[in-house]
Design a protein around this ligand. Structure first.
Ligand code: HEM
Length: 373
């Protein structure tokens, strides 16, 4: 498979077609020295550019260095193709405290998310100073990339939490078919897509004047690990499952319509004379018309972290969404969902992250964070 370009106006891994696999990592910065942090970001950028091309993380590689030195690549991706690897960096709100003199550059849009009703967030798998989203068609390639960045960052950053995901639950291009989430529904039908240039400009990318200039061309990422109560869901009748989302399970069509991409008719009535799409159905509450036209670019993944010791799958959706301003997009949408969504009976938000993803890299001399530092 061809490599995805590491350079461009925007970072890869946002609107570039969603790959099948994810390794997401959040780091805390442990060095107190700003220079060390910047230097590490420069090393990360060079390694990331190499790995996106299917090369070793360092110039000597896994087996080309001196026998008395630890290799500058860990080796498990030797012989594997680039596999569409993208690496996307983000800066969390906590990076903008007093430690690195960045407080004045903190965007207002990076304000901590409010508490949402019903959430049960675990601090040890939430937040973080920096994050890297690695996506690839091969899990070994994604894991290799994160592992090598953590290795390079040793002593400067420490891994706070990480998450593996599979089976993208969103399509970000009309060339892709819509995949299914672990509840068995097509997920990503009404997503922002690569082809919607005008919408991306309006809804996804930070524009000049939105806030500090360093974020122009960037985007804000929200992550939510959402555990599904799989065993309860599996005992829910098909009709109820469809009512919850407001779409049918087979085709993914909005209730009252026939095909997946048919426009939603929120006024359509069923045979019983009631609304075909329930008042508190997920797609009605999340739809842009309920939020002054606010859209999200969803780019999440299914996850299964084995079983929980009580015989239940520890599984759900690792939700990732990109947007121009979370205060106008994720926050009001999630507030509405948290209060009313019929789906709430079957899910629980257990982790949360918010990150400012800077614009793309110009060329090999550029580095992650140049516009910020
Ligand atoms: C639509 C599933 C959580 C925002 C959908 C659809 C499904 C789905 C099946 C319909 C297909 C589509 O258009 O993509 C889920 C599941 C969730 C979850 C299983 C949790 C486990 C969330 C959260 C948000 C969200 C937390 C944002 C706060 C949306 C939006 C749409 C959507 C904006 C499109 C609505 C439209 O314009 O038609 N979701 N979702 N979802 N979801 Fe979710």
């Amino acid at each position: 498979s061809d490599p995805v370009s590491f350079y461009g106006e925007h970072q890869a891994g946002i609107v570039t077609p969603a790959q099948d696999r994810l390794h997401f990592v959040s780091f805390d910065v442990v060095t107190k020295k700003r220079d060390e942090l910047v230097e590490m970001l420069q090393e990360w950028t060079a390694a990331a550019a190499r790995m996106a091309q299917g090369k070793d993380a360092g110039t000597f590689g896994a087996v080309g260095g001196a026998p008395e030195a630890p290799p500058d690549d860990t080796g498990e991706a030797l012989g594997l193709p680039p596999s569409g690897l993208t690496l996307t960096i983000g800066f969390g709100p906590s990076l903008f405290d007093d430690r690195f003199g960045l407080a004045a550059k903190k965007p207002a849009a990076l304000a901590d998310l409010p508490r949402f009703p019903g959430e049960a967030l675990l601090p040890e798998i939430s937040g973080g100073d920096l994050c890297v989203q690695a996506c690839a068609h091969d899990p070994q390639v994604a894991v290799h990339a994160i592992r090598n960045l953590a290795r390079i960052g040793f002593g400067k950053v420490s891994v706070r939490w990480s998450q593996l995901g599979f089976g993208r639950t969103s399509s970000t291009s009309r060339a892709q078919t819509t995949a299914r989430n672990l509840m068995g529904f097509k997920d990503g039908t009404n997503n922002l897509k690569l082809e919607d240039a005008a919408m991306l400009k309006q809804q996804l990318w930070v524009a000049p004047g939105d806030g500090p200039a360093w974020m122009t061309g960037g985007s804000y990422m929200v992550t939510r690990k959402i555990r599904m109560n799989i065993e309860t869901w599996d005992r829910a009748p098909l009709g109820e499952q469809q009512q919850i989302f407001g779409r049918d399970k087979g085709e993914g069509a909005p209730l009252g319509r026939a095909r997946e991409f048919d426009p939603i008719d929120f006024n359509a009535k069923g045979q019983d004379g009631e609304l075909a799409i329930a008042k508190d159905a997920h797609i009605r509450l999340a739809h842009p018309t309920s939020h002054g036209g606010a859209h999200l670019l969803r780019r999440g993944y299914n996850y299964v972290d084995g079983s929980d010791g009580l015989g239940r799958l520890d599984a759900g959706l690792f939700f990732i969404a990109y947007q121009r301003d979370p205060r106008k997009q994720f926050v009001p949408i999630q507030m509405e969902l948290a209060r009313k969504d019929l789906l709430n009976e079957y899910i629980k938000h257990v982790s949360s992250g918010l990150f400012a993803c800077p614009p793309g890299l110009r060329d090999a001399g550029d580095y992650w964070g140049r516009t910020l530092f």
